[in-house]
Design a protein around this ligand. Structure first.
Ligand SMILES: [Zn+2]
Length: 315
């Protein structure tokens, strides 16, 4: 596994303003054949202020990050296009004293990690050429150094996890539809049209702001997770629950209670979170009430108990 390092550039002089969309990964080669022109040298070049910028450089030993993925770097040659505004840039080093094939293998390991972290499918790992027609990454395109673009792509996981792909302005399809349904359940009033337009973007930003997440209008893994949690809390707040009830509402209530230390049955599997409101769950609700709603200790999960539980979870 390639060593991964950070040497972040603090200056934003050579980047675009706004937040990078992170829907693509763009592969470059440095075209710098000089001895010693490896990842460290290029990271230092960016630190000292080069005329372009990119997120990562990788050689046969190390991958070094220069900019957070949320920064829009100058690398794709497509102006305000998807290359500069929606992709993460990786430069593969071609220095004569380096092992190019190993550098490509290292780049693939890095790409795999970024695909996972940012929810980017392998179909969206593209060449610099894709954006501007430039002959880059030159040797991977030509295959004259023992490894070509197709072999590089084969090093990446083929099965894209669609559910974890980022959604942002312009996205279409089932995942957007589900996002709109989820947002409406949380009180937003979107037209369900499977198309991520200005209204959906506003709703996503409002949701992110309400939870103090980065307000970027892009639905990545963190926002997806927050949405799921918000929906669980929402379902907790729906109904009065009591002994004999069962189902997802009960399960969500039990999970919420357990998350603040009130386990339906601490000794049993899954702490007794089983979707069934029996006497043990009733006693758990009573224990919770004796602490938080001492004037109402009836073992029934009603509005007052629910309000207190939600308040404590939000802390
Ligand atoms: Zn390039």
């Amino acid at each position: 596994m390639v060593t991964i390092k950070k040497q972040l550039v603090s200056s934003r002089m050579r980047t675009f303003s706004g937040i990078n969309g992170r829907n693509f990964i763009t592969i470059h080669e440095t075209a710098n054949y000089a001895k010693g022109a490896g990842a460290q040298m290029h990271a230092d070049l960016q630190s000292s202020g080069f005329s372009a910028s990119w997120h990562w450089q990788v050689d046969d030993k190390v991958a070094i990050q220069s900019f957070p993925h949320t920064v829009r770097c100058w690398h794709a040659g497509d102006g305000a296009g998807n290359g500069n505004f929606h992709s993460i840039a990786i430069e593969i080093c071609v220095n004569v004293d380096g092992d190019f094939q190993q550098a490509v293998v290292n780049a693939a390991a890095l790409v795999k990690k970024i695909m996972h972290d940012e929810g980017i499918p392998s179909a969206n790992v593209v060449q610099h050429h894709h954006w501007s027609g430039k002959d880059c990454p030159r040797h991977l395109r030509k295959g004259d150094k023992g490894i070509d673009w197709a072999s590089f792509k084969r090093l990446l996981p083929t099965k894209a996890d669609r559910s974890s792909s980022n959604l942002s302005y312009g996205s279409q399809g089932e995942a957007v539809k589900q996002l709109q349904i989820d947002l409406n359940k949380l009180g937003y009033k979107l037209t369900i049209d499977s198309s991520f337009g200005p209204a959906t973007e506003r709703a996503v930003k409002a949701f992110q702001a309400s939870l103090k997440l980065t307000v970027e209008g892009i639905v990545g893994p963190q926002t997806q997770k927050a949405l799921k949690e918000a929906l669980v809390k929402q379902s907790v707040s729906r109904k009065v629950l009591k002994v004999g009830d069962k189902g997802d509402n009960v399960r969500a209530m039990q999970a919420a209670l357990a998350s603040v230390g009130f386990y339906p049955d601490k000794g049993s599997e899954n702490y007794g979170v089983d979707g069934y409101f029996g006497t043990k769950t009733r006693d758990t609700v009573k224990r919770f009430q004796s602490v938080y709603t001492p004037t109402e200790i009836d073992g029934i999960f009603g509005p007052k108990t629910r309000y207190e539980l939600n308040r404590i979870i939000k802390k």
